[in-house]
Design a protein around this ligand. Structure first.
Ligand SMILES: [Ca+2]
Ligand SMILES: [Ca+2]
Length: 710
């Protein structure tokens, strides 16, 4: 079991040391929580998971529906296949097991809204035509009920046998592309081929007969394909004859492919060898998984696959070195996107049965969340804010097809880059976003209609009437994921997207807005120290127990530590008069409350604590008691109205050379009681107030802003 960054067991020291987050402009890849999709008792088998995800709208909210299938039989030709299938309607957090087996290996949501599943093992060859029969299933109710059937492959290769593996990619014109592998008559090594269908999967032809033409010593088999962020197709292949994963590109939608090359993995990463999986996240980062030994993740930050920047060993269960090194987990991997910057990877603990002889036959299919974030710490949670009504979308948005309820105005902010999870824009139409307040925006993420040449201008306004010159001009872009545009920091409450004169704007698939002046935690990895914060202890981004302030994620400080406080500092350039604001909620106020500090610099450049406020809750009195540190002790400065735990409350702390104005939960207190003189103030520190006898406390924060007081 891998420990999360925020797990206290990950520290061996008695006093947990202070750690800092990465810089706000850095990419981040963070493996997060791990849980079980299937975890049966001894001797009950669960291995070789495969996964597929699509969008579904439940109670007005677009969620990811995730299908996972796995094997419950021994990996042996002596036994019959027993396959399991489970479906999650909440982004892979919870699963319901389906009685009926349907492989999630090669599954697609077609352009009529139906689901298509193609089985790994085909049916018989037609004696008359020589066509290969595929076993398929279809659903017109998003997977509630299925109808089984067959499809045919016109075998222009001359296969002795094939296996369908894996995934189905639909082109904009409706053509389906599906990798297979098999042995052609006369060959001694496997080949990977690509099939195509223009009739929603009833009949298939060979689009490419051999991605790597096999030789006597080297072929390929298991293959996965994806779009890249720059619109090519990328394929990954398991070597047959060489334990490696190979990489190839197509610039003509799969007709021709570059000569496959062994992946150029970062130092320490294995180069293979089995079951590659791939996903292009909505934020344009490309994630590659594969296994044996262990279960690996590689990330191409720019989504092109040209460079693999990050490597993480996601799961390892090999008992020893030597031949046992490739036992334990089978290394069969799968990965799906669940939000703009988060994916879930699947694997197993043990191969059925051969990988688990040394583990008492304890088998398991696991899921592990992968946060892969682009630069920017001020991402606004437009999806949550639109749902709460604090952000409003309006414009000339067309109705979508009945089969795709996710096609709607909210599709522009639902975190899905799937083709139909979009807001279709009328000709010469406009999409307008009215934010909940004025933000200083410095980064805009935009994905227009999926896979179609598009044009757009983005303009900003503080009042919704006077619009500035376009801050983003997009011309003839063909998007498969979000593209990010850094802009001059500009105050805005309104954002307008429309086609320029003579341009084409069919849809806005995703819009992301980033504030330069607000730390929102929406684009920071869960369970990790947030980027931009320093000197933290027991402080991580969280998205469970309570939601963020009008958003999903927040910063949480959890203090059950008798020897040290939980703390986090947001540094800022020194300014002689400073305003700090943030949202505060106590998940558990504890008996000793919370401390807000204003660090500073002396005239000599020394760091100091200038102001410090200590807030304790008194539910019986209906107040929070607020004290300020005088340098020699605490002085009461007053009380403010109480609110129960898990209530978000605004906090503002204005500090000048001689005075502080402290606001909490709508009441304001003034004081001159300060700890140390400072020539300039340098941000804010939030902490628990722990003494050895104190009971635990948990404090939550969101939407930090620090600015000169003007
Ligand atoms: Ca979308
Ligand atoms: Ca937030």
């Amino acid at each position: 079991m891998a420990l999360l960054a925020g797990d206290p067991r990950s520290s061996l020291a008695t006093a947990v040391p202070l750690v800092s987050g990465a810089a706000p402009g850095e990419y981040g890849v963070t493996p997060g929580a791990e849980w079980s999709v299937s975890s049966p008792g001894p001797g009950q088998l669960s291995a070789f998971p495969q996964a597929f995800a699509t969008d579904r709208v439940t109670d007005g909210v677009t969620e990811r529906q995730v299908h996972v299938s796995w094997a419950e039989n021994r990996d042996s030709t002596l036994v019959e296949s027993i396959d399991a299938h489970a479906v999650s309607k909440d982004g892979a957090i919870t699963f319901d097991r389906h009685d009926e087996f349907l492989p999630a290996l090669s599954m697609a949501r077609l352009d009529d809204g139906s689901l298509l599943s193609v089985e790994f093992v085909p049916g018989p060859v037609d004696a008359q035509t020589g066509d290969i029969t595929l076993n398929i299933a279809r659903s017109t109710d998003l997977g509630e009920t299925w109808t089984r059937g067959t499809a045919t492959v016109e075998d222009t290769v001359g296969f002795s046998w094939i296996r369908v593996h894996r995934g189905i990619l639909q082109l904009v014109d409706g053509t389906l592309l599906m990798p297979i592998y098999g042995l052609a008559r006369g060959d001694t090594r496997n080949r990977s081929a690509l099939l195509a269908s223009v009739d929603r999967g009833d009949t298939w032809t060979v689009r490419n007969p051999a991605i790597l033409p096999p030789t006597a010593t080297l072929g390929t088999n298991e293959m996965a394909i994806s779009r890249t962020s720059d619109g090519r197709l990328i394929g990954f292949l398991r070597g047959d004859g060489q334990a490696a994963v190979f990489q190839t590109y197509s610039d003509d939608d799969g007709v021709t492919w570059t000569t496959p090359q062994v992946i150029d993995a970062p130092d320490g990463a294995p180069t293979g060898a089995v079951d590659p999986g791939v996903v292009l996240q909505p934020n344009g980062m490309l994630l590659l998984t594969y296994g044996r030994p262990d279960n690996s993740l590689l990330v191409s930050r720019d989504g092109t696959g040209r460079t693999w920047d990050d490597y993480h060993n996601i799961f390892a269960n090999a008992p020893r070195g030597g031949p046992a090194r490739t036992t334990g987990s089978s290394g069969n991997t799968a990965i799906v996107s669940v939000s703009a910057n988060q994916s879930v990877m699947f694997g197993d603990a043990c191969a059925n049965v051969w990988g688990c002889r040394e583990y008492g036959q304890l088998h398991r299919v696991w899921a592990r969340v992968i946060d892969a974030v682009t630069p920017g710490t001020g991402k606004l949670d437009l999806e949550t804010k639109v749902a709460s009504g604090s952000v409003r979308l309006s414009g000339d948005v067309l109705d979508g097809p009945d089969a795709f309820p996710e096609t709607r105005i909210e599709g522009a902010v639902d975190g899905s880059a799937d083709r139909y999870a979009a807001a279709p824009i009328a000709e010469d139409g406009t999409l307008i976003i009215e934010l909940d307040q004025v933000y200083t925006l410095d980064r805009i993420g935009l994905m227009l209609a999926y896979g179609t040449a598009q044009d757009a201008d983005v303009q900003l306004s503080v009042d919704g009437r006077a619009w500035g010159q376009p801050v983003v001009k997009v011309r003839e872009t063909v998007d498969y994921s979000v593209r990010y545009h850094q802009i001059e920091p500009t105050q805005a409450k309104y954002v307008k997207i429309n086609a320029p004169d003579g341009g084409t704007l069919d849809a806005v698939t995703e819009l992301e807005l980033y504030a330069a002046d607000t730390m929102t935690f929406e684009n920071d990895a869960v369970n990790a120290v947030p980027r931009g914060f320093t000197d933290t202890r027991h402080a991580v981004v969280a998205d469970t127990i309570i939601p963020g302030a009008d958003s999903s994620r927040r910063l949480t400080l959890v203090d059950w530590d008798a020897e040290a406080t939980a703390t986090a500092t947001l540094p800022a350039p020194a300014t002689p008069e400073q305003r700090v604001s943030f949202q505060y909620a106590g998940s558990a106020y504890g008996s000793t409350g919370v401390v807000f500090s204003i660090p500073g610099q002396t005239a000599g450049g020394e760091t100091t604590t200038a102001w410090q406020f200590w807030v304790t809750a008194n539910a019986a009195a209906g107040t929070f008691r607020v004290r300020a540190h005088t340098g020699s002790g605490w002085a009461d400065i007053g009380t403010v109205p109480y609110a129960p735990p898990e209530t978000w409350m605004p906090v503002t702390i204005d500090t000048t050379a001689t005075e502080a104005r402290f606001s909490l939960n709508g009441a304001t207190l003034d004081t001159t009681a300060r700890w140390n003189d400072a020539a300039g103030y340098t941000g804010v520190t939030v902490s628990s107030y722990t003494v050895e006898s104190a009971s635990g406390s948990q404090h939550d924060f969101d939407d930090f802003r620090v600015s000169p007081l003007s």
